[in-house]
Design a protein around this ligand. Structure first.
Ligand code: SF4
Length: 682
């Protein structure tokens, strides 16, 4: 019996795995793991379904130059080929001719090795990852306001002890169902729940107050909330004076956001807005939690900062069972961005343009700091540049299915096709792997060890439960094998525990400090919260009680202006399109669509009966959604739970992201996945 964690979302639910013979695995509850207490969602219970699947890749494949088809190859042949092509492209075009694209589902060890591989073995600045599309706006906002980015600066179970939880753009009951128990216990204690979402989701059905704003207007709603809090004299003046800076500028900036103006912009009535403000004023303990609905916007960072302003004005961050937090999405969305696979960062959440950070990390790596490249392009900008005269000519992809998950996906697919070399490491032939020149079959969760950092900043350990299939290797083997062939100045370990110890040294003194965490401690303590700078340190489940990790210890109020979505409805595209998730699928669906016990419905289009009547569609009829970037034909689902001016498409299948907008947030470089202008026809 092996105690480990689910392969999917950021809750990283604890589970036990039992071998059933011939490599098959049975998933059993791990009741003692505190985050989910034995509960799993359908995805977790069926996670072992990919083991033994006929779709599992078990041999490297290279594209035959004659036929253009992928054919089986040996590992040495495939790695030799990749290394030779990389050398040739770098000789011809420079180090940045090679791009690296990582994932928020990679273990901390893989994310760390990938960042080191890019900077040391390849010498390229061109590395980023799909977490840029997950919660980068909240990360940017957290860094600006609090001086640090940790999704939840408190354990998730603290939700139960609060008086009020405001969820902005989260369908938690469907995306991470075991977490909903904490909301249910909150309400059993008499606490209140507010949900803000353009759709009446199963999470919203639990709410005491549900607000249904126009997509892309959460920022205006937050400005209106702060306006009313100030007008009612509800600001925590002592907290603001003692623990923050910038309040007077923010106060002036929200003066014009009176309720009637908020109603005109957001569609949320003045009565609903006042109800929300009354709930916030009444609550001694309150939490504001954002997720992708608020964050995946061209103004995503500004939106999160505005909700942080609300939390600071009420004196919530650092108060027990209160504060602001972000509900991260991908399994290692938190850890994946702490260890150096972001274009602008080195391990320990250090900035790559900070000379002291470069010196520290270079010492750990055993290289000269001057040899490390600088800041590269963000995820979408990297993909947008592929195959262009100044962009990378080759891309190495680990843990990401870009063809399904990138915004403006048809354009991104064209960029991938323009490459001289596309190398994809994956467990199945994903839509992205199918385009590759070289496909490398890698281990999946139960076949390897490694740490993940869940949405609470709790570092947990995935244990190996079963041997990998013959022919399959770890991503760590791929990185080490390529590094050796490329003549890396330093060797790359393939042993996860050894890499984790090095990661701890590299992160020491940084904001995400793992130096005191070991595999043994994680096992004994069922996870350790960072920062944990020394072996004797207890870890940090709750942050900000006394100060914020800013130079002066104070949190920042920061003025934000509402501009609206980058693309507004017009005569040609009169509707809002928003995208999201369904319970049975995870991210691009590359894994979950191949598990036969999970329903694979395909994409669908949710629309209100009034809109369905206008376009002449009935439930189940095929309808076409068009935006300026493409179109998607899928069955209609006619529901009263969505705004009449909005359509919803889940993004787990090819198609939804051919519609989405690639407008980027200026700070986080997050694309505006959550809203664009659209039209629907039959
Ligand atoms: Fe896995 Fe997330 Fe479901 Fe938990 S909630 S079982 S971590 S997918």
């Amino acid at each position: 019996m092996t105690e480990t964690h689910c392969p999917y979302c950021s809750l990283q639910c604890g589970m036990r795995l039992q071998q059933k013979g011939r490599g098959a695995l049975e998933v059993l509850p791990w009741d003692e793991f505190p985050v989910n207490e034995g509960g799993l969602c359908r995805k977790g219970w069926t996670a072992a379904g990919l083991r033994g699947s006929r779709e599992r890749l078990t041999t490297p494949m290279v594209k035959d130059r004659g036929t253009g088809e992928l054919r089986a190859a040996g590992w040495d042949e495939a790695l030799d080929l990749v290394a030779a092509r990389i050398r040739g492209l770098q000789d011809a075009h420079g180090k940045d001719a090679i791009g690296v694209f990582g994932g928020g589902g990679l273990t901390n060890e893989k994310a760390y090795q990938l960042g080191k591989f890019a900077r040391v073995a390849l010498g390229t600045s061109q590395i980023d990852y799909n977490g840029r599309w997950c919660m980068s706006s909240a990360a940017s906002a957290g860094n600006q306001a609090f001086g640090v980015d940790r999704g939840l600066p408190f354990p998730l179970a603290d939700v139960e002890q609060s008086d009020l939880v405001v969820l902005v753009g989260s369908n938690l009951a469907e995306t991470m169902p075991p977490a909903a128990r904490h909301l249910d216990r909150l309400r059993e204690r008499g606490g209140r729940l507010v949900v803000i979402d353009p759709r009446l989701t199963s999470t919203a059905e639990r709410a005491d107050l549900f607000l249904q704003p126009v997509p892309g207007t959460d920022l205006a709603l937050a400005l209106g909330v702060l306006h009313l809090l100030d007008a009612q004299g509800a600001i925590d003046d002592d907290y603001v004076a003692a623990r923050t800076t910038g309040w007077e500028d923010v106060r002036r900036s929200v003066a014009a956001w009176w309720p009637e103006r908020v109603e005109r912009v957001t569609g949320v009535s003045t009565a609903e807005l006042r109800h929300l403000v009354d709930l916030l004023v009444e609550a001694d303990r309150a939490m504001v939690l954002t997720a992708r609905g608020a964050e995946q916007h061209a103004q995503g960072t500004a939106t999160v900062l505005s909700w942080i302003n609300v939390a600071l004005a009420l004196g919530l961050p650092g108060r027990p069972f209160s504060g602001y937090g972000c509900l991260t999405g991908q399994g290692n969305g938190q850890g994946g961005r702490e260890h150096g696979q972001k274009a602008d960062q080195l391990p320990g959440y250090r900035m790559i343009d900070d000379p002291a950070a470069r010196d520290h990390v270079a010492r750990v790596w055993g290289v000269d700091a001057a040899s490390l490249p600088g800041k590269g392009r963000s995820a979408y900008e990297l993909l947008d540049a592929l195959g262009t005269p100044t962009g990378p000519k080759a891309l190495l992809v680990l843990g990401s299915n870009i063809v399904v998950s990138a915004p403006r996906a048809s354009h991104v697919t064209e960029r991938l096709e323009a490459l001289d070399l596309l190398v994809v490491c994956d467990i199945v032939m994903s839509e992205t792997a199918a385009l590759a020149d070289v496909v490398l079959p890698v281990t999946q969760w139960a076949e390897e060890r490694g740490t993940m950092t869940n949405l609470e900043g709790r570092v947990i350990l995935r244990e190996q439960a079963v041997a990998a299939p013959d022919g399959v290797r770890s991503d760590l083997d791929v990185i080490a094998g390529l590094a050796e062939r490329l003549g890396s100045p330093v060797p790359f370990s393939t042993e996860p525990e050894e890499i984790f110890a090095e990661l701890g040294r590299a992160s020491a003194g940084g904001k995400a400090d793992y130096a005191g965490i070991t595999y043994d401690r994680i096992r004994d303590e069922k996870g350790v919260f960072w920062p944990c700078p020394t072996p004797g340190h207890p870890g940090t489940p709750r942050m900000f009680a006394d100060s914020f990790p800013t130079p002066d210890g104070l949190a920042r109020f920061l003025v934000q202006q509402f501009a609206g979505a980058a693309e507004q409805p017009d005569d040609a595209y009169p509707l809002h399109l928003t995208t999201g998730r369904v319970l049975a699928q995870y991210q691009s669906g590359a894994q979950t669509r191949r598990i036969k016990d999970l329903p694979d419905t395909g994409a669908f289009v949710e629309l209100h009966p009034m809109l369905a009547a206008r376009v002449g569609a009935h439930d189940g009829d095929p309808v076409v959604v068009r935006t300026r970037r493409g179109e998607l034909k899928a069955p209609a689902r006619v529901v009263t739970t969505i705004r009449p001016d909005t359509v919803f498409v889940p993004f787990h299948w090819v198609g939804a992201n051919r519609l989405t907008n690639d407008a980027l947030d200026p700070s986080s470089r997050m694309p505006e996945f959550k809203v664009c202008a659209a039209e629907v026809t039959t």
